[in-house]
Design a protein around this ligand. Structure first.
Ligand code: ATP
Length: 343
């Protein structure tokens, strides 16, 4: 059986009238890249701070590698936190920044140096040890912060929006790097983010937070393909949520459904309606947007309701997509892609 790195049992935390964490149960496995994803105010940062020991819970238990640490001080827990602002010492060299924690722990100088260099190599910053933080790019500073965390070989690394300060291109590059570094060092990473794409890209598993609770815990594919609630469906990816009469009309059954836009094909209205296991609906294109790699159609359905469909632009064409506006179309999708949400 795999080891459990972090176990949270009925964790609760309020600040005055505000309930930040409303009863969270969670198990994070050894060596896992785990993300806590949710909108602002959903409680994910508070959970991270509780695990780090910066806050203490009103109720519940926190275990690290099977040991109850709920009442222990941060330095007594085998975790390290990487903050968004990196908190590097500007007057120290990169190497001194990375080795600082070891110095505090009275590790001999020669060993400090060896370990600091190894950590810098792990984040692909060998040769940068003698620079000062101001002489590095944002992405490099981020990696120094990571090296400083890795050098102490914590059981669990906590990362609070670690890529939030980087611009989009660099962020995308660092997402891939961070995941590769995690895989190499094998340490459990627990990351807080409000960016669904970031969570989907890097994580082995994700917990989606909604109002102080986990709405769903699963792999990126489980969360995206089988969202447990309407909130998860709409927060992670683009969704078509169908309820009531519209859902009944196009699925033939009661309930609330979600269909991802890329699962819906846009066809000519005259296209054959009956393909086995497929559902179809006709309507009028209300809006069409050219996105480069794909085109997005908003279609007002006959009889009410609206669906968004995303079509890959597989062929080269300079055709003006605006010409589709107001045209009649048939939408078709495989029935299994209309995912029923538990009510
Ligand atoms: P964000 O992405 O904006 O940081 P979050 O999902 O991480 O959001 P938390 O920071 O955990 O959410 O906050 C959850 C709730 O608890 C919010 O309503 C917040 O205002 C409140 N809260 C968090 N920390 C404190 C504090 N120290 N004092 C008072 N209220 C707090």
């Amino acid at each position: 059986m795999e080891g459990i790195a972090v176990r949270l049992v009925d964790l609760r935390k309020s600040f005055g009238e505000t309930t930040a964490v409303a009863g969270v149960d969670l198990e994070i496995r050894d060596g896992e890249f785990f993300s806590m994803l949710g909108p602002s105010g959903s409680g994910k940062t508070t959970v991270l701070r509780l695990v780090a020991g910066f806050e203490s819970p009103d109720r519940g238990r926190i275990e690290l590698a099977g040991r109850d640490v709920t009442r222990l001080a941060p330095f007594e827990r085998d975790v390290h936190t990487v903050f968004q602002d990196y908190a590097l010492f500007p007057h120290m060299t990169v190497e001194q920044n990375v080795a600082y924690g070891l110095k505090v722990r009275k590790v001999p100088k020669a060993e400090r140096l060896v370990r600091a260099r190894k950590a810098l190599a792990e984040v692909r910053l060998e040769g940068h040890g003698q620079r000062r933080p101001a002489q590095l790019s944002g992405g490099q500073r981020q990696r120094v912060a990571l090296a400083r965390a890795l050098v102490g070989r914590p059981r669990v690394l906590l990362l609070d929006e670690p890529l939030g300060a980087l611009d989009l291109k660099l962020r995308e590059q660092m997402q891939v790097e961070l995941k590769a570094i995690q895989r190499e060092v094998g340490i459990t990473f627990v990351l807080v983010t409000h960016d669904q794409e970031e969570a989907l890209t890097m994580s082995d598993r994700i917990a989606v937070f909604d109002q102080g609770r986990t709405a769903q815990v699963g792999t990126p594919a489980e969360i995206y393909e089988r969202p447990a609630t309407a909130f998860v469906a709409s927060f992670v990816g683009t969704s078509n949520l169908l309820g009531g009469e519209t859902a009944h009309r196009i699925t033939g059954a009661p309930g609330t459904y979600n269909i991802r836009p890329e699962k819906i094909h846009v066809l000519k209205e005259t296209a054959g309606a009956d393909e086995p296991d497929h559902a179809t609906a006709t309507g009028t294109v209300a809006e069409v947007v050219y996105l480069g790699d794909a085109t997005r159609f908003l279609v007002d359905l006959d009889g009410g309701g609206r669906l968004t469909a995303l079509q890959q632009n597989l062929q080269t064409s300079s055709e003006d997509v605006a010409a589709y506006r107001g045209t009649r179309v048939r939408l078709r999708w495989h029935r299994r892609h209309a995912v029923r949400l538990p009510s």
